[in-house]
Design a protein around this ligand. Structure first.
Ligand code: SME
Length: 161
């Protein structure tokens, strides 16, 4: 079943990120396996968030990014260092909010329907980037500071030592 994509207002987004946190903390409890955590984060967020079209992880494996758990249409399997929005987030260690993917030089289009994107570095307890949480929307400017704050906060709340 495909979902109808719409952009919630700021208040609804904040409430949904809070709901995601409660669901994930309940689901994961003391779980420490990163694969289990990533799979659960992708599933809960994709199911809850009306503006998410593709929701998943690219894991840092050697000098490239390799697809991890995700929800949505089949996507690119590997991304070379420095490529795309994911590569930029990995390089800089900073969340990337892209209002219009067509205006981002080097953006990698895994699905032609993607119009905007947010990529959040995912770190281990020592602060090392181990993956990128990547979310695409079929609507332009679907992500903003509320999403950045919501996802960064959620990551902090789920981080393990
Ligand atoms: N658009 C990403 C590639 C991954 S897909 O969005 C799933 C990028 O430019 O890094």
């Amino acid at each position: 079943m495909s979902k109808t994509i719409r952009i919630p207002d700021a208040g609804e987004k904040q409430a949904l990120y809070k709901e995601a946190k409660v669901k994930l903390q309940g689901l994961l409890d003391a779980e420490t396996d990163e694969l289990v955590i990533m799979a659960s984060v992708a599933a809960v967020l994709h199911d809850l968030m009306p503006h998410y079209f593709w929701t998943g992880f690219y894991r840092v494996v050697g000098n490239e990014l390799v697809i991890g758990p995700y929800q949505g249409t089949p996507a690119c399997l590997r991304i070379a260092q420095g490529r795309g929005v994911c590569g930029r987030a990995w390089e800089t260690g900073e969340t990337q909010v892209v209002e219009d993917v067509h205006a981002f030089p080097g953006h990698i289009a895994c699905d032609a329907r993607s119009e905007s994107e947010i990529v959040v570095p995912w770190r281990d307890g020592a602060g090392k980037v181990i993956a990128l949480l990547d979310v695409d929307s079929t609507l332009k400017a679907a992500f903003d500071e509320v999403d950045r704050e919501g996802l960064e906060k959620l990551h902090g709340e789920l981080q393990r030592d």
